[in-house]
Write a protein that binds this ligand. Structure first.
Ligand code: ASP
Length: 259
């Protein structure tokens, strides 16, 4: 598209922009209607469930996802430490406002402006690197989401008493990675894409009802991890290109002064 005149490529760009908006709105509508459908599905499950085991299992499931996410954050810190020689407290202090915003909005896209500001000004990544790596990262780098999808798929399979062969488990890893790349950076998108992982592994999609009730808190946690991953990668890329500087925090009126 960049090889043809902008006037010609503009309609194509507009088409894809519009298509993207339509998909996001569809997810919005699905998520609005979902609680009622899930309530009905869950009601049937609760009434038919012979014991409280299901709820205990849900707590274990949430615990497993959160433990995995914590391990992921520790791994990012280690990577940043080893490659860029910046210690974990510097990294976490710099990125924590973005993590908190990600946690409260459950959206990497909504957090993007704050992630950009923190990474550029507080972690010292050159704007040339952050303005390329972070928008791409917010859209396709969702490691927290892929971890969640894999754990959720295994949990649902176990809840239905299915045995997963090694091949199916490997398939779950591959599709969870691809589905997380395809997930939009908005609340609940990871769960919508989980359908693909379940279908590929032959796990009943009705199992989604099992995990819907606790999806929001887990979405908050995985979004914080997604944003942390984007920040770590931009630091590592900046380091490898020699574009990692000392942080230079701007004052709110810096632009005014320089004008
Ligand atoms: N809410 C996540 C994000 O924006 C995506 C998801 O896992 O649902 O990064």
């Amino acid at each position: 598209m960049i090889l043809i005149p902008e006037k010609k490529s503009k309609p194509v760009k507009k088409f894809f922009d519009g298509f993207n908006e339509v998909i996001l709105k569809m997810i919005d509508l699905i998520m609005l209607a979902a609680p009622y459908g899930v309530f009905a599905l869950l009601a049937a499950l609760v009434v038919e469930s012979p014991s409280v085991d299901l709820f205990k299992a849900l707590i274990w499931y949430a615990f497993t996802v959160i433990l995995g996410l914590l391990i992921m954050i520790a791994f990012y810190n280690l990577l940043v430490w080893v490659i860029t020689k910046k210690n974990p407290s510097f990294f976490l202090k710099g990125i924590s406002p973005a993590q908190l915003l990600a946690f409260s909005t459950s959206s990497s896209a909504a957090t993007l402006p704050v992630t950009m500001e923190r990474v550029t000004e507080h972690l010292g990544v050159d704007e040339e690197v952050s303005s390329f790596v972070l928008p791409i990262g917010a859209t396709i780098n969702m490691d927290g989401t892929s971890l969640y999808q894999a754990v959720a798929a295994v949990f649902i399979a176990q809840a239905f008493g299915m045995d997963l062969s090694l091949g199916v488990q490997l398939g779950i890893i591959v599709t969870a990675t691809l589905a997380s790349i395809g997930s939009a950076a908005v609340p609940g998108a990871g769960m919508v894409m989980l359908v693909i992982v379940l279908a590929q592994a032959g796990i009943p999609e009705a199992g989604l009802a099992l995990i819907f009730a606790i999806d929001r808190p887990l979405d908050m946690c995985r979004t914080a991890v997604n944003v942390t991953g984007d920040a770590s990668v931009s630091m590592i890329v900046a380091k490898s290109l020699g574009r990692l500087h000392d942080p230079k925090v701007k004052d709110w009126d810096d632009n005014y002064k320089s004008n």
